[in-house]
Design a protein around this ligand. Structure first.
Ligand SMILES: [Ca+2]
Length: 495
């Protein structure tokens, strides 16, 4: 009897442990780390030899290293995809980024990831860069589901003055912050502090979005000095920026360890787009006559802003001891997939979302199973689009003169051999698909803004925290996108 009693206690104990573990696993903390304009090959785990990233390499070797992790090809569209689980062409953020002087932002009728996770009991924080609307406070992250906010509202800022064209872009909980320091280290410090304040009782979602290594190319001298072996000066500074980023990520992971939260925290890391290869997408703070663009996307063609692989196939890995099998994962994952994947892990409902483009890819991330994703839309813009179905990828430039590229990415991942002329039926079908998506598209707000104002650079139209922000630019006026682009407009006129 005594023996049976012991067994019962043991069984009960095991059952309780199992329940506790299930509950803990059901609501993991999510540490979502985003780098900015990082080249695919500028991390050790993808083969960088001159830049050292030991902390990221350890995450990758102890977890899933992704060979086909896709984003959009620029900041705003990727961040919008992450926050909505929906492609940015659906709400007008598919073209370039939100320019500093512009007034628009991410459609406030979208139900964002932090809102979804909050409903499931999470505490939510953004530490770093937002870039989904800055000119009206209604677009700011605290108004969109983040309990805590620290960092920049726009995209490109000076690493030391934290300003863009003389306008301060550095805030904590919507209040402007003037402080000394290098943004990468300030962001790291804040994340360490934030983690120190968390407890095992309430799960957190920390969206840790470094602005490094985006332009302007600036790094602390001690970091530049680490790379005396790199002769090209911009590459040397860039290496220092990436090295500092890696150190700060290491500090954040140590903070998790110290707090005893590491075992129940999913860490996912990725860049928001490929490294910059084209001066047109290098931002406004760098004198390009004096700079050799330093990013390396390895064998992938082109970079930021492009529909070729170098624009959107990014350095990425995920790590969660005991839950993610250490291996290279080849399944296709897109930024939109993280929303439903995180929601499923958190036990959160996506019922308030508009129809998601993302799919739950947890079994691909954790076990390396085949991805449920069979199609990937790189983008749909009035002047170009690209789609991948299985291994086939088509890029269609629709402005006259039109052109079309077709690649089989299994045979030709570096897009060297355009086989469009050999596959007219495939082209026809994929163009029909892009046209169909074009009909579902919202007009690009950036195009309408740029067409109206004529330029995208200038003084930022920053909201004031008291809500007395400058009047937002009306974005629904006439624009070049009304000029017979999209059958929707033509049909509307005929009615
Ligand atoms: Ca970026």
């Amino acid at each position: 009897m005594k023996h049976i009693g012991k067994l019962l206690v043991l069984a009960l104990g095991m059952a309780l442990t199992a329940v506790t573990e299930t509950q803990a696993a059901a609501k993991p903390n999510i540490l979502h780390i985003v780098a900015d304009d990082l080249g695919w090959k500028d991390v050790g785990f993808n083969g960088a030899t001159d830049i050292k990233t030991p902390n990221l390499d350890a995450l990758a070797s102890g977890g899933a290293k992704f060979s086909q992790f896709y984003t959009q090809s620029m900041c705003t569209p990727t961040r919008a995809a992450l926050m909505t689980g929906r492609y940015p062409f659906r709400y007008g953020l598919q073209t370039i980024v939100i320019p500093g002087p512009a007034g628009y932002g991410l459609d406030t009728t979208e139900h964002l990831l932090p809102q979804c996770l909050k409903d499931a009991g999470y505490t939510t924080a953004i530490i770093g860069k937002w870039h989904l609307g800055h000119a009206d406070i209604k677009y700011w992250p605290r108004q969109r589901g983040f309990d805590y906010q620290y960092g920049a509202m726009i995209g490109e800022l000076d690493y030391y003055t934290h300003s863009d064209a003389g306008v301060l872009d550095w805030f904590r909980n919507n209040q402007p912050v003037k402080e000394e320091g290098y943004t990468t280290q300030l962001i790291g410090n804040d994340a360490v502090k934030y983690i120190g304040e968390q407890s095992a009782d309430k799960p957190f979602y920390l969206y840790l979005t470094f602005n490094a290594p985006h332009t302007p190319y600036q790094a602390p001298q001690e970091y530049i000095d680490r790379f005396k072996n790199i002769k090209e000066p911009t590459r040397r500074t860039y290496a220092g920026m990436v090295s500092c980023l890696d150190d700060e990520i290491g500090r954040v992971i140590s903070a998790l360890d110290k707090k005893g939260l590491r075992e129940n925290t999913l860490i996912i890391f990725h860049s928001d787009n490929g490294g910059t290869k084209n001066a047109m997408f290098a931002g406004q703070m760098t004198d390009l006559s004096k700079v050799v663009l330093p990013c390396d996307n390895g064998p992938y063609r082109d970079g930021k802003g492009s529909l070729f692989e170098g624009g959107s196939r990014v350095a990425a890995c995920a790590n969660w001891p005991g839950h993610i099998k250490p291996q290279t994962v080849d399944g296709i994952i897109h930024a939109v997939d993280l929303y439903p994947t995180f929601a499923a892990l958190a036990g959160a409902s996506t019922a308030k979302c508009k129809p998601l483009d993302g799919v739950n890819v947890w079994d691909t991330i954790s076990k390396g199973k085949e991805s449920p994703r069979t199609e990937l839309v790189y983008n749909v813009e009035p002047f170009r689009g690209a789609v991948r179905q299985g291994d086939w990828k088509m890029i269609w430039r629709t402005l006259i003169p039109t052109s079309v590229d077709l690649y089989n990415l299994a045979d030709d991942p570096y897009e060297q051999n355009n086989v469009a002329s050999k596959h007219p039926l495939k082209i026809h079908a994929m163009q029909a698909r892009l046209n169909e998506l074009g009909k579902e598209s919202a007009k690009p707000l950036a195009l309408m803004y740029v067409a109206k104002v004529g330029l995208a650079h200038g003084k930022p139209n920053m909201a004031s925290p008291d809500g007395k922000q400058p009047a937002a630019e009306p974005v629904h006026g006439h624009s070049i996108t009304d000029e017979g682009v999209g059958e929707k407009d033509i049909h509307a006129e005929q009615k």
